[in-house]
Design a protein around this ligand. Structure first.
Ligand code: HEM
Length: 192
């Protein structure tokens, strides 16, 4: 036999509803809480608010291949007016466009100290604060530290676009054609 129409069941349901109603209406606090809960449930289930559309960040066009002096590199710190938000970092004499790693190198990022700088010495010595102002030939680094720098260079080259080389004082720029991704050592003549 089905339970539908069972007078015992009906009276149990009635008494549960009655008990709930009595509980709720027993104090203003309970009434307020119940209204709040119903409102929240309604908001969750039926709210038609669309989340604000997130504009996908447009990737920047690649930076023209070029060699840079340290002061030219400095412009690409992600903050200067001229850089247009682009960030470059040099590792082991090679400049990389790390703009897509903005969360690391951008303002407030853990490695923002490297933005627009030669990060080699800092990476070798595991210190974000070690960023020399002048050209650094790294000649005093220990072999293990130099090895570390090379490993970082490899990591950067796998993740970021290569831009060009850091120019030593007196070194002339390499020439890059539009579709060239690297430049041969022959293009770098030292000014005597
Ligand atoms: C407590 C110390 C540190 C912790 C826990 C830490 C943690 C991390 C983690 C988890 C990543 C990978 C992030 C990802 O790929 O999503 C990372 C990347 C990196 N870390 Fe650290 N780090 C520390 C110290 C340092 C120091 C001292 C330096 C440099 C001197 C450094 C330089 C870097 C660099 C250059 C990257 C690569 C970012 C990129 O992909 O462009 N880190 N770190």
């Amino acid at each position: 036999m089905g339970l539908e129409g069972d007078p015992n069941l009906e009276s149990t349901e009635e008494s549960i509803v009655k008990w709930i109603w009595e509980e709720i209406s027993s104090s203003w606090l309970n009434i307020t809480l119940t209204v709040a809960i119903i409102y929240l449930i309604y908001q969750i289930l039926f709210s038609s608010r669309e989340p604000a559309p997130v504009e996908p960040e447009k990737p920047m066009p690649p930076l023209k291949k070029q060699d840079m002096t340290l002061s030219e590199l400095k412009v690409y710190d992600g903050e200067s007016e001229q850089c247009g938000g682009r960030i470059c970092v040099a590792v082991n004499g090679k400049i990389f466009d790390v703009t897509r790693g903005r969360r690391f190198y951008g303002p407030g990022g853990p490695y923002s100290g490297f933005a627009g700088k030669d990060a080699s010495r800092g990476l070798a010595t595991f210190s974000v604060d070690v960023v020399p102002e002048d050209y650094d030939d790294l000649s005093d680094l220990k072999p293990s530290e130099l090895e570390q720098v090379k490993e970082w260079e490899l990591q950067f080259s796998e993740k970021y676009e290569y831009v060009g080389r850091v120019l030593k004082p007196g070194e002339t720029r390499g020439s890059y054609s539009d579709d060239e991704s690297d430049v041969s050592e022959m293009d770098h003549e030292k000014k005597e």
